[in-house]
Write a protein that binds this ligand. Structure first.
Ligand SMILES: C[S@@+](CC[C@H](N)C(=O)[O-])C[C@H]1O[C@@H](n2cnc3c(N)ncnc32)[C@H](O)[C@@H]1O
Length: 306
């Protein structure tokens, strides 16, 4: 399986804001906790310890590769029956999953949004700049449209909007126009082909000054579009969480994108549903940022259901 580190075949993703998440969730034995983005189980491993054998953990991920990592890390086969349920689903489908397990409400929810470092290493889906496979960028390849198909079928103005809104890319128009010109002769199917088009579209001065791969924002935008990430979060915040969280229950959400953070902040402002526990988002300490650069943009917001 890809997405593993070298010969060791182990997940490499480090859970972000781990200490803060565990503290803010205020866990105790017997609670029912949902990790809506279980990934490699980095947070869930600690959640399980805190809720003990009387507790229940429900771990969701859209990506079956990540669920395999989690199954291994959490040692699901060795746990008492019913203590841990792992399911391939979007967190927005939580009410259906709960129904299947025979539950209607829960005590805690964690969402750690976005992409896992392990997915970056999955050559087959094009998440990493070095990937040689098709530029798919979906967490669940059985639904929706791969990114390369979006690039082939969306109009120039739609592509421009995707790059501008989801990627906050300042050269959106130039990139969209270059892509549309390029695809007339051959579809853009791989990470390398996309990076080349982006390099051609960006002014030479900006390209020379770029401190990261110039296609970073375009990749992020396409991933968000291919997975309908903001729509999933909107459903979760708007209807799912208010419906399934018990009064006094807590939701902790880590976002890496300003649009997501704004959505969470807005939702938690609604005092008819939430008591906001983090007027300012919690960010990673300097020490954590040194060990795990990925956490530099992480923002944790927590609220209690009224
Ligand atoms: C940042 S990782 C989570 C890492 C995890 N907390 C850990 O420490 O191991 C985000 C995970 O969320 C998954 N994901 C993204 N959107 C999702 C959604 N709508 N529903 C369920 N899982 C989702 C991704 O496939 C990825 O595995």
């Amino acid at each position: 399986m890809s997405g593993m580190s070298g010969d060791q075949k182990r997940p490499i993703h480090l859970p972000v804001l781990l200490r803060e998440v565990i503290q803010q969730l205020d866990l105790s034995p017997g609670l029912v906790v949902v990790d809506g983005t279980v990934g490699a189980g980095g947070h869930s491993e600690h959640i399980l310890r805190k809720i003990g054998t009387e507790g229940t953990l429900i771990g969701l991920d859209r990506d079956t590769m990540m669920l395999e990592f989690a199954r291994e890390k959490l040692g699901v086969e060795r746990l008492p029956e019913g203590q841990c349920h792992l399911r391939q689903a979007s967190y927005a489908e939580l009410p259906t999953v709960l129904g299947e397990i025979g539950l209607t409400s829960i005590d805690r929810v964690l969402l750690d949004l976005g992409l896992s470092s392990d997915q970056l290493g999955d050559d087959e889906r094009g998440f990493g700049f070095e990937s040689s496979g098709e530029l798919d960028l979906r967490f669940d390849t059985s639904t929706g449209m791969p990114a390369w198909e979006l690039l082939q079928t969306r109009s120039e103005s739609e592509l421009c909007e995707i790059f501008e809104v989801y990627g906050e890319e300042r050269f959106s128009q130039r990139i969209a126009s270059q892509l549309v010109k390029q695809r007339k002769t051959a579809p853009i199917k791989t990470a390398a082909e996309l990076i080349k088009v982006v390099q051609q579209a960006i002014p030479a001065k900006a390209l020379a000054a770029a401190r990261k791969n110039p296609a970073t924002r375009v990749f992020q935008a396409l991933r968000i579009a291919a997975n309908q990430e903001l729509e999933q979060l909107e459903t979760m915040l708007g209807s799912v969480l208010p419906e399934v969280l018990k009064p006094g229950g807590r939701a902790a959400i880590i976002s890496f994108h300003s649009l997501e953070d704004r959505m969470v902040k807005q939702a938690f402002k609604d005092r008819t549903i939430w008591k906001n526990l983090t007027p300012k988002p919690i960010v990673a300490t300097q020490a954590e940022q040194r060990v795990n650069p990925r956490c530099r943009t992480a923002k944790l917001r927590v609220a209690m259901k009224t």
